[in-house]
Design a binder for this molecule. Structure first.
Ligand SMILES: [Zn+2]
Length: 124
């Protein structure tokens, strides 16, 4: 099934959903973990009042309340871009991709270099 890059990017606004659409489960979970991790880190820095140590000039405890939202938006933006690029790579014509993991395959070997699935060649 051909997956459209725009759809993948739109779905990626919800963490991991765009990658699930592309069947890149591990990558989706990794993005989700990164998103949660960065949110907790920024929130933790905010609560601990160590913002001044991280960003000079910021008075401890005065980290903007939007800090967490900004961090989430940045990570989410990168996730969306990643989903879009992945989908484009999968959709690019002329390139043979692995039916299981979606990565480009080398047709001179009989298995996927990335996920080790074996290919059954169909003579045309
Ligand atoms: Zn594969």
């Amino acid at each position: 099934m051909q997956r459209r890059p725009v759809v993948a990017a739109a779905l990626a606004v919800v963490p991991a959903l765009g990658h699930a659409y592309l069947r890149r489960w591990t990558r989706g979970v990794a993005w989700l973990a990164l998103l949660v991790g960065s949110a907790l880190t920024v929130a933790g820095l905010h609560d601990a009042g160590v913002a001044g140590a991280v960003a000079p000039g910021v008075v401890p405890g005065s980290w903007p309340d939007g800090g967490v939202a900004v961090a989430l938006a940045v990570v989410l933006g990168m996730s969306v871009a990643d989903a879009y690029v992945l989908a484009r790579r999968q959709a690019s014509p002329g390139e043979v991709t692995c039916p299981r993991c979606g990565r480009p395959v080398d047709l001179s070997i009989e298995f996927c270099w990335f996920c080790s699935v074996e290919f059954d060649y169909v003579e045309e």
